[in-house]
Design a protein. Structure first.
Length: 91
């Protein structure tokens, strides 16, 4: 089964961090599951990996959730320490 055919709520319920980060690509992904996914990352991921996983989650969440809405869910400060992206605020 492909990721896009899986249910976002089922992925979140499984508690698997990898599925959690992929959940915005799944059926039924909208703001509440994305918020639940962000909270799961913050609870479960090791601190050095949290920012990177939140950035990945944010990229995947761009389709079901507007970027401004994602930034209300996850504070910019939580993303700033990510090694994946060189942030240019205001660009």
């Amino acid at each position: 089964m492909q990721v896009s055919e899986q249910d976002a709520q089922d992925a979140l319920a499984a508690g698997n961090l990898a599925l959690t980060v992929l959940s915005p690509l799944m059926v039924g992904a909208d703001a509440p599951p994305v918020e639940a996914a962000a909270q799961h990352v913050l609870r479960s991921a090791p601190p050095p990996q949290q920012a990177d996983l939140l950035v990945i989650l944010g990229v995947f969440a761009a389709r079901p959730v507007e970027p401004e809405q994602f930034l209300r869910i996850v504070r910019k400060e939580q993303l700033m320490s990510a090694d994946l992206i060189d942030y240019r605020l205001g660009a």
